[in-house]
Each structure stands twice: as C-alpha cells, then as structure tokens.
Design a protein around this ligand. Structure first.
Ligand code: SF4
Ligand code: SF4
Length: 100
C-alpha cells in the first residue's frame, strides 16, 4: 500500500470515478484504496489524481508502506496485462473442472 484514505474522508464521491486503476471503492463507512491496484497513478498521470482532487486532503502516503517508482510501474504493467486478458466464457470453469 502506498496511499491510504484516513477517517477524515467525508464520502464526497469525487475520487472514486477518477482513479484510472479502479483502486478506490466504498468501504463499510468511508472510501478505501485497494493496495493491490493503486500505482500512485504511475503509468497514467504525473501526480496521484485522488490526492489532487480530495477536498479535505485525507489521502496521505502510508509511512510504513512507501513503494518505489519501479514497484509501482511493475504493478501498472500487471494491471495492464490483466485488463488485456479476455474474460472467461460463462461456464468455462465448470467445463474445465469436468474435463471438457
Ligand atoms: S493514486 Fe491514482 S491509482 Fe492510487 S488510488 Fe489514487 S487515483 Fe487511484
Ligand atoms: S475525495 Fe477525499 S473526501 Fe472525497 S471520497 Fe475521496 S477520500 Fe473521501
């Protein structure tokens, strides 16, 4: 995890649709960032979009989870690969399990 949303979040809904990696979602009470999808916007923008837009400045870098630009770039590449893989056919997993 590089960035995280603190409990100062006011659920204004601004950041979620602007994330290029679909890393932001609504949690039980406030929005949260999926550390497996956040690249700090590396690969898309020069600066983290959510940080730029948040009106209450509640998205800091997590001090215990600082990641290098190389790590973030690798995550960006992984997400790109995953996005390019075709979605499995409905029932494909069942057919595979049955030996078809
Ligand atoms: S820094 Fe970028 S990738 Fe990470 S949560 Fe914010 S908008 Fe999404
Ligand atoms: S922009 Fe900031 S205050 Fe608004 S939902 Fe996102 S984290 Fe919360």
């Amino acid at each position: 995890m590089a960035l995280w949303i603190t409990d100062e979040c006011i659920n204004c809904d601004v950041c979620e649709p602007e994330c290029p990696n679909q890393a932001i979602s609504m949690g039980p009470e406030i929005y949260r960032i999926d550390p497996g999808r956040c690249t700090e916007c590396v690969g898309h923008f020069d600066k983290p979009q959510c940080v730029q837009l948040c009106p209450v400045d509640c998205i800091p870098v997590h001090p215990e989870h600082v990641e290098s630009r190389e790590q973030l770039w690798e995550r960006y590449l992984r997400l790109q690969r995953e996005a390019q893989q075709p979605a499995p056919e409905p029932g494909a997993a069942v057919a595979k399990a049955a030996g078809a």
